[in-house]
Design a protein around this ligand. Sequence first.
Ligand SMILES: [Fe+2]
Ligand SMILES: [Fe+2]
Length: 139
Amino acid sequence: MSWVKHYHDDHMAVMRLLAKLEGNIKEIEMGEKRTHLNLELEEFARVIREVIIPHFKHEETGIYARIAEVSEEERDFINRMLEEHRRLYVAFEDYLSAVDSLDEAKLAAAGKIIIDILAKHIKKEELVIPKIAAKLDIS
Ligand SMILES: [Fe+2]
Ligand SMILES: [Fe+2]
């Protein structure tokens, strides 16, 4: 499988999970106590550790580094994307520690930041990166 396709599959899977997380946060805020809730929140914590963080690292050392070399404009784009990764790493830490300590308020706050930044981040990658990769002939 090409790496563009691999990234795309990760992105779509994460977008579906973000929609689910958004629903779960609404349930927390409405005071719902249902057994599926904790399982789904833990499942998202596992996905952060095992899928999203490795995906970010892979982008940073691979495609991002390649794109940043192309031109000034591309370097600026990648710097903005890296800044979003940095903000997301902080929110991931908060989310993971909130799941461990069952701190629902912290979990909801971190989850909202993740949903807000990550959904837009993925849309930008889907829009821009395949085009640049095709231009560089590295897809
Ligand atoms: Fe990224
Ligand atoms: Fe990505």
